[in-house]
Design a protein. Structure first.
Length: 119
């Protein structure tokens, strides 16, 4: 199994920055991608950004140019640097780790960390 522990959320003014961290432990050799999703009140959970073990990144259109996902393989940690934050970025942010299709379960989630952006 894989365990994920997130940190770095908080309250920030619009235009500010935050960095989220997600530390993975357990059977991490089976992970082929990690990412961040977010869920705002009354909305569905949505993908924010992801990164594969090879370093390929994907971003939601709403965060391109403002957020950067990165990973430190030595620390088994994924980061989400969030700049130029907007009130609409307010949500609970969840880290996830994905494994190949032949694993069960395939996806693991962290407990979530609240990000609140004030206007």
């Amino acid at each position: 199994q894989v365990q994920l522990v997130e940190s770095g959320g908080g309250l920030v003014q619009a235009g500010g920055s935050l960095r989220l961290s997600c530390a993975a432990s357990g059977i991490i050799s089976s992970i082929n991608a990690m990412g961040w999703h977010r869920q705002a009140p009354g909305k569905q959970r949505e993908l924010v950004a992801s990164i594969t073990t090879g370093g390929t990144t994907t971003y939601a259109d709403s965060v391109k140019g403002r957020f950067t996902i990165s990973r430190d393989n030595a620390k088994n940690t994924v980061y989400l640097q969030m700049n130029s934050l907007k009130p609409e970025d307010t949500a609970v942010y969840y880290c996830n780790a994905n494994r190949p299709i032949y694993y069960n379960p395939r996806v693991f989630w962290g407990q979530g960390t609240q990000v609140t952006v004030s206007s």
